[in-house]
Design a protein around this ligand. Structure first.
Ligand code: AMP
Ligand code: TRP
Length: 341
């Protein structure tokens, strides 16, 4: 074993901020659930100044589900524009496309060799997404968590902001770190999940289901025009009765709408309930529509102003910076596993 090998400790020299890594798949337009559940936190975490942030577009992951290759480039660029318009600053954070940093796929291969297939078979996401196709399920879907581990470990990430649906993948990443370090010597840092105020928006047309782009009538897309937003909100299903109340028996729809109102306006749910006491659902929905429209207007304006060349430059710069860090780590890994002549 080489003595020159940098341990994670030595690399994270004093004064260096902890590394934060997260990614979103480019699979279509982002919706308010993605914004309130993920992107908004990314921006807050960046602006806290506490972390050295890497945000990426998980295009390799997005290949595990059927897609049209002609649409992928615009989905990637659109997601990059979403990141930037929401407030990710490419000077403060490293913003890049996963496939433009080849080390992700390379490290995934190495991690595959320390991953028992039994662990991958237990992954809930795999069982849900691949379960129905049986043996025809693509191996990429099976291996998805290993690529995700590579995304995280290449940058020595200490924290990974994710929705709780990704916790199992993060736990697997931690297991792989321990197994790898035991077999090959200290190489990787064990990352921690970061759940900041876990919000889960439900569909406007069915409050029992998660807001998701696959149910577009119940989904508020970040790019929706004001008229579309108003229409979707006015048509949102409501509960029986007419009191605007959250968290009470029989009010799942109102609970969701009040949550959206509160998350976007910063006003406590109880105060919104007071504001609409005795006013009924129609009045409340009108108010909510204005809150959503007003919150999305600055985002939409910022996105419209972004020139394609600016987006391309941010991604080019980001990939260059990410590659420098990732290649260094990959070399360290190759040395650990004995593949360095
Ligand atoms: P997805 O496109 O479903 O992979 O989601 C991308 C990110 O948005 C993940 O961090 C999810 O946890 C988050 N997300 C997706 N749908 C919702 C939702 N309805 N409410 C809150 N967060 C969501
Ligand atoms: N699997 C994540 C999701 O669907 C996206 C993702 C890929 C990711 N690689 C990652 C998130 C690494 C955090 C860290 O939401």
């Amino acid at each position: 074993m080489t003595t020159k090998k940098l341990t994670p400790k030595a690399e994270g020299a004093p004064k260096r901020k902890p590394v934060l890594v997260s990614g979103i798949q480019p699979t279509g337009k982002l919706h308010l659930g993605n914004y309130l559940g993920a992107l908004k936190h990314f921006v807050e975490l960046q602006n806290s100044g506490k972390y050295n942030c890497y945000f990426f577009i998980a295009d390799l992951h997005s290949m595990t589900e059927a897609y049209n290759p002609d649409e992928k480039p615009s989905q990637i660029l659109d997601l990059a524009a979403d990141y930037l318009a929401a407030g990710i600053d490419s000077k403060q954070s490293i913003l890049f496309v996963q496939s433009e940093v080849p080390a992700h796929a390379e490290l995934a291969w190495i991690l595959n060799t320390v991953t028992p297939i039994g662990e991958l078979k237990r992954m809930t996401q795999f069982k849900e997404k691949g379960g129905t196709d049986g043996d025809a399920t693509n191996a990429g879907l099976f291996d998805y968590p290993v690529l995700m581990a590579a995304d995280i470990l290449l940058y020595n990430a200490a924290v990974v902001p994710v929705g709780d649906d990704q916790d199992q993948h993060l736990e697997l990443t931690r297991t792989l770190v321990r197994r790898f370090n035991k077999r090959y010597g200290d190489t990787f840092v064990e990352p921690q999940p970061l759940h900041t105020n876990v919000l889960r928006l439900m569909s406007l047309d069915d409050p029992r289901r998660k807001m998701s782009k696959s149910r577009s009538a119940g989904c508020l897309f970040l790019d929706d025009e004001p008229a579309v937003i108003r229409k979707k909100i006015m048509r949102a299903v409501t509960d029986s009765g007419n009191e605007v109340l959250a968290e009470v028996e029989g009010k799942p729809a109102m609970t969701n709408l009040l949550l959206i109102y509160s998350a976007l306006s910063g006003i406590a749910v109880r105060d919104i309930e007071k504001k609409y006491a005795g006013k009924g659902y129609g009045e409340f929905k009108k108010g909510l529509a204005e809150v959503v429209v007003n919150s999305l207007t600055p985002f939409q304006a910022a996105k419209k102003k972004l020139k394609p060349a600016i987006v391309e430059k941010a991604l080019d710069d980001g990939a260059k910076q990410a590659r420098t860090v990732a290649i260094k780590k990959l070399r360290e890994v190759y040395a650990s596993v004995g593949l360095m002549r």
